[in-house]
Design a protein around this ligand. Structure first.
Ligand code: DLZ
Ligand code: SF4
Length: 516
């Protein structure tokens, strides 16, 4: 048989299940298609990263002696849709089946499964580049009353032996998060990230993307994502040598000037397949065992990759497609227009959105506690926020973006991702960042013209959702504080928040470029 092997833009690994033990006559196809590039208005850097990485990966397959058909976006005969383009190529080369590894999105997986019995059948293969499979996750989740990330993480530690010693967690405890909550000192400085040279391939892609998708939110300037495995390894070494030792303690800190801090920014390379989660975890573990990085940093990092990343993927594949429609808090507001242009006087939001525009990146506390927290407090509809996160971050594939946004940020999944919502007032942002000193609002005020909007929004959110959240044991303390406030104070906060939301709704809607 002559199979057509379709390799997607987030499957750029030589040990991909469909690329192992290939018959010599197999045709490997990679396809740039218009529909994938614009079903949400992806950040131009995200599109450029994927196209350049795909082109480089095609080249490295050819160097290994593979026959590769590469469909470029501008090819005249390109069907501009992954299913149709793969079928067109299979027919063209006389292939008798199409093989693909489970894609990163349910919509594509469904479309491929529907073609399993077609005349030209699609054969889907499990993606084994993860520590666990959806099937294993499902069996684990069914064995428990309520799935919790922390328990899944411990299972993964035991299964992989990462940070384990004689069956016990290294250091005598599973989780060192209480050491990971320091704000930054005033005089911190972070090492400059590696700048990858733009070769002719990357330059051509940058021109193509500027021309075709230049209207999308996001700047192409300063593009420095790793587009090859070699560049991704350089980034990994940089993180390990220069950032990892401080990664833990400043994990939750936010800076008004520095976008990257001590974060690894390896998620994009991991999610595209340029790095494997196992090699990254093992390299990070070695830094602890050889005494170069503290346990709180190493454990914190490994928990992200081995715990959270696998957990969200398991949730995604076992709960879709219903998961995407969940909306526990009944949120329905549209996305505020300033998410697409940064034009707000709220400094923390403005900086998070500017950094997103400039780098297709914001670190997890900006995503969770600034833009995310704001959307949660304003009852932004899950669908609207999810489309934004999926579009603007270079590392966003739906399997990882959806549970994090809908579940963790918006608490819209009934508590699968977190047992309580991550809502916070301006006080939290003030403690963890230096934004407020540059802001026209005062994080200590709850009402009045200078009051930080987060404060009244926070209490108003709790009041509005008391029925849903008030019975949550982890929210007891905060609802206690709310109930001890005077009626007058509560009425004033309600009014302050109401006026803010009204103003938000009155702002002209901004339609992002791109087809929806
Ligand atoms: C995000 C993306 C973009 C922008 N373009 C392509 C593309 O042209 N071809 C492709 O194979 N993949 C692309 N992707 C990533 C896909 O959306 C990705 O394959 C899904 O997340 C499913 O795995
Ligand atoms: Fe953000 Fe409020 Fe601080 Fe301004 S005062 S930066 S809006 S938290």
């Amino acid at each position: 048989t002559t199979p057509l092997i379709l390799v997607l833009g987030d499957q750029l690994s030589h040990d991909l299940a469909t690329l192992r033990d290939l018959p010599d006559e197999a045709i490997v196809a990679l396809c740039e298609v218009g529909t994938e590039a614009s079903y949400v208005p992806h950040h131009p850097q995200k599109i450029a990263l994927i196209f350049s990485a795909m082109r480089h990966f095609a080249e490295s397959l050819r160097e290994r002696g593979r026959f590769v058909h590469y469909s470029a976006l501008g090819d005249d005969d390109n069907a501009q849709d992954l299913i149709r383009e793969a079928e067109r190529l299979a027919a063209h080369y006389g292939c008798d089946e199409i093989r693909a590894v489970r894609p990163g999105e349910w919509r594509l997986w469904q479309a491929m499964r529907e073609r399993a019995e077609a005349e030209l059948p699609w054969r889907l293969v499990e993606d084994d580049r993860f520590f666990s499979t959806p099937e294993e996750f499902d069996a684990w989740a069914r064995s428990r009353k309520a799935p919790r990330q922390e328990h899944f993480y411990r299972l993964m530690r035991r299964q992989t032996g990462l940070l384990m010693e004689n069956g016990e967690p290294v250091g005598g405890q599973w989780n060192f998060d209480h050491d990971n909550r320091e704000p930054l000192p005033a005089d911190f400085s972070v090492p400059k990230p590696p700048r990858h040279r733009h070769d002719a391939t990357t330059r051509a892609v940058l021109m193509l993307v500027a021309e075709r998708y230049g209207e999308h939110f996001g700047s192409l300037e300063g593009f420095h994502w790793p587009v090859t495995r070699r560049q991704a390894l350089v980034d990994m070494r940089h993180f390990i040598e220069h950032l990892l030792p401080a990664f833990g303690r400043y994990q939750d800190a936010i800076s008004d000037r520095e976008p990257f801090l001590y974060h690894s920014r390896l998620a994009a390379a991991l999610n595209l397949g340029l790095l494997s989660p196992r090699e990254v975890c093992e390299a990070v573990e070695r830094e602890y065992s050889e005494g170069r990085a503290p346990l709180n940093a190493v454990e914190g990092f490994i928990r992200q990759v081995l715990g959270w990343r696998e957990y969200v993927r398991g949730l995604y594949w076992t709960r879709m497609p219903d998961y995407k429609r969940s909306n526990t808090l009944g949120a329905s507001r549209g996305l505020p227009s300033f998410f697409w242009n940064g034009e707000t006087e709220m400094r923390c939001l403005r900086r998070a959105i500017e950094m997103t525009r400039n780098h297709a990146y914001a670190h997890h506390i900006q995503r969770l506690m600034v833009t995310g927290n704001f959307a949660l407090l304003c009852d932004v509809a899950p669908e609207a926020l999810c489309d934004w996160y999926l579009a603007v971050y270079a590392d966003a594939c739906e399997w990882v973006e959806l549970p994090n946004t809908l579940g963790m940020v918006l608490h819209a999944d009934g508590g699968l991702m977190g047992s309580k919502p991550y809502c916070a007032s301006g006080k939290y942002i003030d403690r963890m960042s230096d934004h407020c000193q540059h802001c026209r609002f005062d994080p200590k005020k709850v009402t009045g013209p200078d009051a930080c909007p987060f404060n009244s929004l926070y209490w108003d959110f709790l009041e509005r959702h008391a029925e849903n959240l008030g019975a949550n044991p982890r929210m007891k303390l905060i609802y206690g504080s709310l109930s001890r406030m005077s009626d007058d104070k509560r009425a004033a906060m309600r009014e302050q928040a109401g006026a803010f939301l009204e103003q938000l709704d009155a702002a002209p809607a901004y339609a992002p470029a791109g087809e929806h």
